[in-house]
Design a protein around this ligand. Structure first.
Ligand code: AMP
Length: 576
């Protein structure tokens, strides 16, 4: 799988693997394929440093750490270096025991659990005991998983395709698997269910309290007119607050908080954990809200950046009192032990209003029924004046579509009327070193949009403006841990960047125009054969979108729509 980036080939390999996998290890295999041992939201990190891995290889091979470092430098990959070193060794020794998936998995789990002063030595012992019994190729993959450098290029969608084919006989059943994944965020559990209970088991899959639900997302519109055209005669509009989306799971006194990217962020919001269960008038619920920083004296909403002060390891209590928030509820997904995903929006809103008691801290997001363009304009104006970004528009009779971006929800921001009409969220894929005051830092970044069809990141522009010194430093610190030796196969770019990154970090960009480009790969061949699309005069807005996954970045379809929109605008202007 490492040697191909073609989705079909990867799927075929996976199908073959799953068909030969006993049911009781399928979930483990699915986690390991993605270089994990549990779903992301559990936050279990293997956290093995290169130095420690090198010591373990040294212990198993009898070679000095210096020799191993030398080999590592030659190959650029510690897993591969271990293969070469252990191959030399196995010519003279015999393997004592075959290692199994269970043993690898259990050992990795033990390693992840270790804490305290002796943990480093214990970790090394566990690793070298695995390496002792592993074949050289097995050793390489064990190390890659431990170091977090396994790159098989299998996105969740590819795994689900293969699971559907292997266990239900048809790729068509992927939809049912996707639903189960969307409500549990646990691909291992989905795999286990389809393997043991078939398609029926997956269809009956239910929400599990304290497993995050993948959030519903909104399409965008540029004007009140367009919104009315798409939403029909009557719909709801809510303020679009500029804070952090939080999914709050409550069971009695207990609460757990997940971010938009499904990370458990309870530790940053001890105030929510303490207060919200008291405002909830039901036993078991899952709620969605926007946590917004406020000015305590005036009650005004403050921009999103203020909340980032809470993302710290120590002195959280101090941050809680320094950066107060309100929690603004906009949806309910689970009520008294039952899913509400299939309940219509207007009913869910009623349930929400009944379930959450309002006070100084907990609020219902302002909402209004809209029947005309004037209504909407008025509501948008009010929301902007209260410090919001715009409005969210929601169809009254529609369910909650977990994990999907669709047209049941639309977002309308005031700033969409400027320049390009929209900002873009783009993935940082590479960088060029800076000169002058930027020496030693990344002076220019190479950015990509997301191509949903091929699951790749296509280059769309280089950006060097909009960065203060503080941002340059911060970005350097974040990005230097994402540097790769080889370009990730999911990156599609012909640029010669000085460094390449794992496509993970998303930043917000504005630009004046989208143009055809012979070098950039976004929407290649879509508008004109041999040309891609690129941004003209791109500028960083100062927003690092920590809460977004790379796959949540602006898609090529969105870029094409913006391109077409701007052509139409130019045409309309000429006619005026
Ligand atoms: P965007 O990040 O620009 O795609 O906008 C979607 C985000 O808006 C959501 O993830 C929420 O964090 C935020 N948001 C603010 N107010 C609302 C609301 N009333 N309903 C839904 N999402 C909201």
């Amino acid at each position: 799988m490492e040697s191909t980036s073609k989705r079909l080939e990867l799927t075929q390999h996976l199908v073959e693997l799953f068909e030969n996998t006993p049911q009781d290890v399928i979930s483990k295999i699915v986690y390991l394929l993605q270089g994990k041992i549990r779903p992301d939201f559990e936050g279990i990190e293997l956290g093995v440093a290169e130095k420690l891995a090198i010591r373990a290889i040294s212990k198993s091979s009898g070679l000095t750490t210096k020799k191993i470092e030398e080999e590592y430098r030659k190959t650029g990959d510690l897993g591969q270096a271990a293969t070469i070193i252990l191959e030399q060794k196995t010519q003279t020794t015999f393997l004592v025991e075959n290692i199994t998936i269970e043993r690898v998995y259990e050992t990795l789990f033990k390693i992840a659990r270790l804490e305290g002063s002796r943990s480093q030595d214990m970790k090394m012992k566990y690793i070298s005991s695995l390496l002792n019994d592993a074949t050289p190729v097995e050793a390489s993959f064990i190390l890659k998983i431990l170091l977090g450098t396994l790159r098989l290029g299998v996105a969740e969608n590819t795994v689900m395709d293969a699971l559907a084919i292997a266990y239900t006989g048809s790729k068509e059943n992927r939809k049912a698997l996707e639903h189960a994944y969307n409500v549990s965020s646990d691909l291992g559990k989905v795999a286990e269910t389809v393997a043991s209970k078939g398609i029926k088991g997956v269809e009956d899959f239910e929400i599990i309290l304290f497993n995050p639900i993948r959030p519903m997302l909104a399409d965008r519109v540029k004007s009140e007119r367009e919104a009315i055209e798409k939403m029909g005669d009557e719909f709801a509009a809510e303020y679009k607050l500029d804070g952090e989306r939080v999914q709050i799971h409550v069971d009695g006194e207990k609460a757990v908080l997940f971010s938009r990217s499904l990370e458990n962020i309870s530790k940053y919001y001890p105030d929510i954990i303490e207060k919200i269960p008291k405002s909830v008038l039901s036993d078991q619920v899952i709620l969605e809200a926007e946590a917004v920083a406020i000015n305590e004296n005036t009650g005004e909403f403050l921009p999103f950046q203020e909340l980032m002060h809470r993302r710290r390891k120590y002195k959280i209590e101090k941050a809680v009192s320094q950066y107060p928030i309100t929690v603004n509820f906009f949806d309910i997904l689970f009520y008294n032990g039952k899913s509400c995903l299939d309940v219509e929006y207007q009913e869910r809103r009623k349930m929400l209003e009944k379930t959450v008691k309002e006070d100084e801290y907990s609020k219902h997001v302002p909402m209004k029924l809209i029947k005309s363009e004037n209504d909407l304009e008025d509501f948008l104006e009010n929301s902007i004046n209260s410090g919001c970004e715009g409005v969210m528009l929601k169809m009254l009779d529609k369910p909650y579509q977990a994990g999907a971006r669709g047209s049941f929800w639309l977002k309308l921001k005031r700033e969409y009327r400027n320049e390009l009409g929209d900002s873009l969220d783009l993935v940082v894929i590479g960088a060029f070193f800076g000169k002058g005051r930027r020496t030693g830092l990344y002076g220019t970044l190479l950015l990509a949009s997301y191509d949903e069809d091929t699951d790749t990141f296509t280059s769309i522009c280089k950006v060097g403006t909009g960065f203060t010194d503080e941002y340059l430093d911060q970005l350097y610190q974040i990005l230097s841990s994402k540097v790769t030796i080889k370009k990730n196969p999911r990156i599609n770019s012909e640029m010669e960047a000085d460094v390449w990154f794992e496509p993970e970090l998303v930043i917000e960009i504005v630009a004046t125009e989208i143009t055809l480009s012979p070098i950039h790969k976004a929407a290649m061949d879509e508008i004109r054969k041999g040309s891609g699309l690129a941004l003209r005069f791109p500028k960083f807005t100062g927003k690092i979108r920590f809460e977004k996954f790379a796959e949540d970045a602006s898609t090529n379809e969105e870029v094409i729509n913006l391109y077409k929109g701007q052509k139409k605008m130019a045409h309309d202007k000429n006619l005026m």
